[in-house]
Design a protein around this ligand. Sequence first.
Ligand SMILES: [Zn+2]
Length: 264
Amino acid sequence: MTRKSAGISAARLAGAGRGLKGRGFKGLGITGLGLAGLAVAQAGPGLTGLGPVRRALFPRLAGEGDPGHVALTFDDGPDPAATPRFLDILADRQLRATFFLLGEMVTRAPGLAAELSAAGHEIGVHGFAHRYLVARGPRAARDDIRRATELIGNATGTRPRLFRPPYGVLSGPALVTLRGLGLTPVLWGTWGQEWLPGATPAAVYARLVSRLHGGVTVLLHDSDCNSPPGASRAAAGALPMLLDECGRRGLAVGPLAEHGLPAR
Ligand SMILES: [Zn+2]
């Protein structure tokens, strides 16, 4: 089997093939590289609807965990203009979540990063710059991940264990770097796509709930730094509705650390 034919895209695993924020996902080329039986490559748009397949094949990468639990994850922060809104909602409900931080954002708001950690939230790495790893050279990808991991660890006083690539797209060199740093890549199983134009809390909630199930990992963004203005506000508006629905279904909500992800 060739690498190309064996390639499973991170986007496809996450059901993220459609859209990807419309940021030039096409034309980046295939970057498939087998690692521990996993080949990750770029996929074109429109590769959705394979949820059950990807969860069965790569449950850990897809964030598929305990069927009685929903993992709550936030990307792109910390953002003083938006993250506190999410922190307040979580504090009100005495819930903790996983925040995948951007190194660039941490340099601007190290205190807020520390606050997240002090509040008991799990800290993950989302890279330093929000750029496609497959569009960067091996050294640039490695340096970005290392720099972000060190910076985020220092700011939060933690040793991050989880990584989520920008746009959900991994590369071979990135996977090698992650392994060396003891970082596990985790994507998501449902998302609000609050970065779509004109997103409202109701629309974000509708998208989230369409794939909500016990064991799923939820992705929302606690910053507009890579989204249109108002995206994170729509996400924050949808969050209480999502938490209510989890309650109605008897699903516990928490960070990935408590999600019972399958062993490597
Ligand atoms: Zn992101």
